[in-house]
Design a protein around this ligand. Structure first.
Ligand code: BG6
Length: 493
């Protein structure tokens, strides 16, 4: 079993509690931590939304959100649920307005010894108005924290405005900018792999590494999120945050400590060194794709625009993006970093592939020799594989084979169940541990690079290419690497 150290009592106020994030992630995460005894009954969970719901309807909503994930193959823990329910309260209000309901909320969270967490599970344009309401109604206590979900804004300018507006109410050390990828086990393990083992660091540069690939592929489509997704696309939804965070952790220098400010400082240096695009290079080094109908696990799925309301039928929003970039510093000069992400792909897979340089001289004769590769799998089956060349056993001619040294989490830690990334990160917010959250400079540096990509697309009139649902993306994505004699690593799960 994983060890769960109880956190002290706290109050959490979830704005936008009836939305998808809260239903799919936040409420189940809090319930799971409660089931494991990490949260005590003196904590309060207060849901806020403009929706008219009776207390009973809200509890039913919370129950539906938790019931499936809490079964864990057994019966639903009814007694524990009854205790958990006693911690829940619902308040109907428009949090951008000052109204009587704030007094009700203030009353509920009046215990000064509890940290009070304001979780903004709402659209980013509401972050500042809600923070202002929190300040103007005097609801912010000394021990208050605010959690902002990615994406923070839709471009650099809006991110700066949000950061300034939120920082006018909360100081930087009480702002938790959430990127749930940083709460995934293997992502944290990336730091351990790099900085708790000595063998990789001497190899971790342009001396030994040929290129790096980072993939976040999903079989899911946009479900019922098209209002948001169609304005966002794969670049703003995943590349600006999850992919760039993975890139930073892969490429950054060793921080002087694991304190938030030290880790952030190193990540920002990577973001600032990222090569940008112009109207010419963007055509060559990036691919924008959108899925059309196809099959996933033998099920027919419709194309992106087919699932959209009429007004969006001609949408050219990208559901896939692949790019080649470089980190312009001494360690990485000349090493391509290929990043890609897509919806409705062949498999759900997030991984980082470090491909080492080919042999300088081959003494083993003709034939294709595979290079060494380190494959860090974030999901679905977390683990690491280090591909080595070995001799195929037998008395015949000397033949080589590429086989992995395989570290599978499922096998090595069979007894351990991993909390969802949100569970881990929520507990970090309660503890006040900022290491796995983004700083304002970091978010802005990521937007600066992303804005340049989006503007270059616009200037170049970058075409959108299609790919069939259930594939590895458009042909052009394969060509991006193929013309440099490389290929995406498509190992089966
Ligand atoms: C979210 C994106 O941040 O990450 C979603 O908004 C995406 O579009 C999700 O589906 C993927 O997260 P995970 O943890 O399932 O890889």
């Amino acid at each position: 079993m994983a060890k769960f150290v109880p956190v002290g009592s706290f109050d959490i106020v979830i704005f936008g509690v009836t939305g998808d994030l809260s239903k799919l992630k936040l409420i189940p995460a809090l319930f799971h931590r409660f089931l494991d005894g990490q949260i005590d009954r003196a904590s309060k969970i207060i849901g806020i939304s403009r929706q008219t719901l009776t207390e009973e309807e809200f509890l039913k909503f919370a129950y539906d959100a938790c019931v499936k994930s809490a079964l864990k193959g057994g019966a639903f823990p009814k007694a524990k649920w009854a205790e958990f329910v006693s911690m829940l309260t619902y308040i109907e209000m428009d949090a951008t307005q000052q109204c009587q309901k704030w007094a009700e909320l203030k009353n509920l969270i009046s215990d000064k010894n509890h940290p009070c967490i304001f979780y903004l599970a709402v659209s980013p344009h509401l972050y500042v108005p809600i923070c202002n309401s929190i300040a103007e109604t005097g609801t912010k206590s000394e021990n208050a924290r605010v959690v902002l979900e990615k994406p923070i804004g839709t471009d650099l300018q809006s991110a700066i405005e949000i950061n300034q507006g939120v920082r006018a109410v909360f100081d930087e050390n009480s702002i938790f900018r959430m990127d749930h990828y940083l709460g995934k086990e293997t992502v944290q393990n990336l730091l351990v792999l790099r900085f708790a083992n000595t063998m990789f660091e001497p190899l971790w540069s342009n001396n030994s590494i040929d290129h790096v690939q980072i993939t976040v592929s999903e079989t899911l489509g946009v479900e019922n999120r098209h209002e948001y997704y169609d304005k966002s696309g794969a670049v703003r939804d995943i590349m600006q945050n999850h992919l760039l965070q993975l890139l930073c952790l892969t490429a950054m220098e060793a921080p002087i400590s694991l304190k938030a400010e030290d880790v952030r400082e190193e990540k920002i240096k990577v973001l600032r060194a990222l090569k940008g695009f112009d109207a010419q290079s963007v055509l060559k080094e990036t691919v924008r794709g959108q899925y059309i109908s196809g099959h996933i696990e033998k099920q027919a799925v419709s194309g992106y625009t087919e699932g959209l309301p009429d007004k969006l039928k001609n949408s050219t929003t990208e559901t896939f993006v692949a790019i080649k970039t470089e980190i312009e510093n001494w360690r990485w000069a000349g090493v391509p970093f290929y990043l890609r992400t897509g919806k409705r792909m062949a498999a759900r897979r997030s991984e980082i592939v470090i491909q080492f340089k080919p042999l300088p001289h081959n003494v083993f004769g003709e034939g294709i020799r595979e290079p060494n590769r380190l494959v860090i799998r974030l999901q679905p089956d977390e683990g690491m594989r280090l591909y080595m060349q070995i001799k195929e056993p037998g008395p015949g001619i000397l033949t080589l084979k590429s086989l992995p040294l395989d570290l599978s989490y499922a096998e090595s830690f069979a007894e351990v169940s991993y909390p969802d990334a949100y569970e881990r990160l929520l507990m970090d917010v309660v503890r006040g541990n900022l290491s796995l959250f983004m700083g304002h400079n970091e978010v802005e540096a990521a937007w600066q690079w992303t804005d340049n990509l989006l503007q270059s697309w616009e200037e170049a009139n970058q075409p959108i290419v299609t790919y069939m649902a259930g594939t590895n993306g458009p042909l052009q994505s394969a060509m991006l690497l193929d013309r440099e004699n490389r290929a995406w690593w498509e190992e089966k799960a």
